[in-house]
Design a protein around this ligand. Sequence first.
Ligand SMILES: Cc1cc2nc3c(=O)[nH]c(=O)nc-3n(C[C@H](O)[C@H](O)[C@H](O)COP(=O)(O)OP(=O)(O)OC[C@H]3O[C@@H](n4cnc5c(N)ncnc54)[C@H](O)[C@@H]3O)c2cc1C
Length: 402
Amino acid sequence: MKNQTTNHDVKETKIITAPLEMSPAVLNSGGLIPAGFGNFLFPGVSNPLATFFPFGIKVKQWVKPNISRDHIIRVTVGLRPHRPSGFVVRSESLGSKTLVHNYGHGGSGWSLSWGTASLVADEVQKTSAKKIAVMGSGINGLTTARLLQRYGYEVVIYTKDMPPNVTSNFAGAGWSPTATLVDEGKYTPEFKKLLTKTARISHRFFQDFIGIERYGVEYQEGYAADDAPPVAHGADYIGSDIEDLVGETEDMAEGTTPFQYKHVTKHWSMRYQVPRYLAAMQDDFRIAGGMVITKEFKRPEDIDALPEMVVVNCMGLGTKEVFNDPELMPIRGQLTHLIPQPELTYRFGVASAGLNFNPRGDALSCGGSTIPNIWDSTPDPHEVDRVIDGLISNVETRFKLS
Ligand SMILES: Cc1cc2nc3c(=O)[nH]c(=O)nc-3n(C[C@H](O)[C@H](O)[C@H](O)COP(=O)(O)OP(=O)(O)OC[C@H]3O[C@@H](n4cnc5c(N)ncnc54)[C@H](O)[C@@H]3O)c2cc1C
């Protein structure tokens, strides 16, 4: 395969004395502080910065993304399970059984997974059951199953498909607790409160995975660049009470990044290494004694045949066929995955153009599409062209990197 965008800058340089925020001049020097620099700043002190920063500190070097058509390794399409009024977690009676729903997470299913699982656990604890059935094995089925196991329940998963053949495997995926979750004007103030609670619970659960290699929950630096000013949220923005969980956004002055746009902002956010996390969750489920049974549900009556008296529905968009929720609809998203580029450590997006790249362990994922009400999950070659050509053009003309 030929790489059309070679000539990377150097990766990250480990140095012994430097503050985290470097001036552009120092950044461009490759992170090396010229001899005597410390003395110039602090006469009489032999190595003053080492006093303040005694450990080796990594200084960022800008790496050019390898976006090229011949780096494409796969194209995936996922249908986000969207409901204009938001996700559903509630219990109902189904004959002699208790059915607890947990579906409709839109583009926020990863982010909210521990939070909605926790709401489910509250419902399950109202029953006297010890053995629980979970329908579905995407991020929400697995997380719900794991949380119930942690609470001491015996859990069986019934599912049509396992990862990687689930929508959850086709996500971006990062902390985005409001992405394509609700439609403006369609949700209630009560739902906003519920979302706030749910997102906070979920965020806290994820904190305990950070630093454990096998899950791949990480913080990553991201840049939003555009010539159009950032879109301000309206007064009733659904996420206004959880903005602190997203992390502070920093306006980047001209010359502090290589990105040549009128507006550039930086923020840190939580990201998930998708295949690694899903595999670890499945392992955890089995290690804790969980059983997975392949089964496709067609109608609510199919649930009668299960031996468990409490059943949790985590079938995502599959809920539409079985329970006929009129609100539930797909929002299609396509990702074009390129050969992984481990030295690239920042995400980047141009929102007005619907373009972004996201470096992960399994790929450099490129995308940006959200198309409502399309049930077709066949990859669209025109969308591949739009994303790859668009990103190449941005990198070649707007990134000051050789
Ligand atoms: C391109 C894209 C990017 C995304 N980015 C993000 C992001 O950055 N952050 C974020 O938080 N979220 C993101 N999402 C959203 C997230 O992926 C979804 O919200 C999440 O995957 C929904 O998970 P789920 O477990 O509810 O459903 P699914 O993953 O669809 O799992 C459903 C499970 O139910 C089973 N099932 C379905 N029907 C039946 C049936 N009839 N009988 C038996 N079993 C059945 C399936 O086999 C599967 O195991 C993104 C989604 C897409 C498509």
